[in-house]
Design a protein around this ligand. Structure first.
Ligand code: CTP
Length: 443
């Protein structure tokens, strides 16, 4: 019996997929089809897959050609599958020519001619109107946003708004997008808004955008008061709009893998989480001179609170802060201490003190250490009492990582709530509450 294997995402199942499977089956007697998981697609940079894994499997099954369907979830799996299933022929479409020649050492590799003029990418863009996102704010993060948004299919950066016309023009010329100096014109031209303006302006911009019926992706910290966060989320929900806080770590594949492993019992029950993020800034920077809203915690606190809230939840029994202040009263280094019934969390951050940017999650049977920069999670180790017992994990973090949150934001807008759990309304409200009590104490 000749066994054949092929792999694919099979999103929005189309004629090209059907014909590929048909010919793959004809290459032998038994066909195994590997369908990729969402996490694997995300990790390899294939963003905005529309159909769920179950739907994609069901569509492959309905084609009638697969004798067996498996899931593909990691690089290197193809080689293992070839051995495991005793495969004679590996096949994929001709868009992959040359890329799987290395498998010739283990079985026959056949590239089947790709069906012309059809692809999932094409269907995704044809079926859906291209979503137009507008950007408010022309700072560094907006500069990073544009190249990242280009990598997500189905969404386009429509234009920029900045009350400072000169900055808006400069930004628009550099990135070849439209600029708007009147908010009304800006809101008329977009479907959603990315807010990357100074922290203190977020609330007003979010409110205005929602009132204009626009979905909002807002940079962290979304707002600095609990009541504001509650009000905005309630408004968004009542009006069927998506409001997303842009903490990129929450959406990246490595961080989500880490949470899964941390909470799987591998290190027993989790009792302590310590996260640190420092970034030295010039004393004359906006971050260290804006007396009301500058400082380390407002700038970096969202990142370091994230793992603590995701692991222990959003209702600590007690939150306490220790600060080192500059002469102008802004915190150059801050430690926030969280106490839970069964665990402790420390969130450290600094703009004027440098430290190792690592994350440590400690449990009753071991601990996890996430290498710096943990907020772009790519590598972590699970360690135990016996120092020889170490499990190592890695995951890709592509580019600036904003592509993951943009892709999840767009999926949510399109009605696919698969990433709803990554950063919830509750998480963002709890963070705003901590920011509020922090600013109160710093006064
Ligand atoms: N395929 C094909 N002809 C097409 C499209 C896909 O033969 N017109 C083949 C691919 O070469 C691959 C399999 O179908 O072997 C699954 O491909 P997949 O990546 O899921 O489909 P695409 O339509 O290429 O998806 P995308 O546009 O997202 O890359």
């Amino acid at each position: 019996m000749i066994k054949v294997i092929t792999y694919g995402t099979f999103d929005l199942f189309h004629e090209g997929h059907y014909r590929l499977l048909q010919r793959a089956k004809e290459l032998g007697d038994y066909l195994i089809v590997g369908v990729t998981t969402e996490e694997y697609d995300q990790a390899r940079g294939k963003l905005n897959v529309v159909d769920s894994l179950m739907t994609r499997i069901e569509n492959v099954r309905k084609s009638g050609f697969a004798d067996e369907i498996i899931i593909e979830e990691s690089p290197g799996q193809k080689f293992r599958d070839i051995k495991k299933y005793n495969i004679d022929v590996f096949t994929v479409g001709s868009d992959w020519i040359g890329q799987f020649d290395y498998l010739n050492d283990y079985c026959k590799v056949v590239y089947l001619e790709r069906t012309k003029n059809i692809s999932s990418t094409m269907l995704r863009t044809q079926n859906k109107h291209i979503h137009r996102i507008g950007i408010i704010g022309t700072g560094r993060i907006s500069e990073r946003f544009i190249p990242e948004v280009k990598l997500v299919s189905g969404i386009n950066a429509q234009g920029i708004y900045n009350p400072n016309t000169e900055s808006a023009i400069r930004f628009a010329e550099k990135w070849q997008i439209n600029y708007y100096t009147k908010l009304e014109d800006f809101f008329d031209a977009v479907d959603s808004v990315y807010i990357a303006s100074p922290h203190e302006t977020h609330y007003d911009y979010i409110k205005m955008a929602l009132e204009h019926g626009k979905h909002v992706l807002c940079e962290k910290p979304m707002v600095l008061e609990k009541a504001q966060a509650e009000e905005l989320f309630s408004y968004a929900e009542e009006h069927n709009l998506i409001l997303f806080e842009g903490i990129k770590t929450a959406y990246c594949p490595g961080f989500n893998k880490l949470l899964g492993i941390a909470c799987s019992g591998m290190i027993g029950s989790i009792r302590n989480v310590e996260a640190c993020f420092t970034k030295l800034e010039s004393p004359s920077s906006r971050e260290l001179t804006n007396l009301k809203y500058g400082g380390s915690f407002t700038e970096l606190g969202s990142y370091v609170m994230l793992p603590i809230f995701k692991i222990f939840g959003t209702e600590p029994e007690d939150v306490r802060f220790d600060l080192i202040k500059a002469e102008n009263g802004l915190d150059i280094f801050t430690k926030a201490h969280f106490k839970y019934p069964n665990g402790l969390g420390t969130a450290s951050c600094g703009l004027g003190v440098k430290s190792e940017g690592q994350l440590i999650i400690s449990g009753t049977q071991g601990y996890i250490i996430v290498e710096a920069p943990w907020w772009k999670t790519t590598y972590f180790e699970v360690r135990h009492e016996n120092p020889k017992e170490v499990e190592k994990y890695s995951e890709r973090f592509l580019g600036d990582g904003l592509r993951y949150e943009i892709s999840d934001f767009l999926s949510m807008i399109n009605g696919n709530r698969k990433s709803d759990f990554k950063l919830t309304r509750k998480d963002s409200i709890a963070m705003a509450e901590v920011m509020e009590s922090f600013l109160e104490q710093r006064k």
